[in-house]
Design a protein around this ligand. Sequence first.
Ligand SMILES: [Zn+2]
Length: 84
Amino acid sequence: MAKSNRGRSIWKMESRSRGICPVCHATRVKLLYAKTKSDRTQIKVCKKCSNADASKIDAAIPTSQLAYRRKHRKTFDLQFNSSK
Ligand SMILES: [Zn+2]
């Protein structure tokens, strides 16, 4: 099996394949696993969330326009949890 999720090949991808996981909100993780939500949008999730069930995937939030830093995590998590 080719190591498509390892080594130099993932460096070529956007932000070197790293970012915020839209499901578990972990920062600077490698987003290597493509998941399809029920509305057919594709999202990239981290390894931990690659086996998450569909309801968790559907609850994923868009991270692209999120000004997300570690020091903002508390306020962000509060907003996210209260909107549920
Ligand atoms: Zn994740």
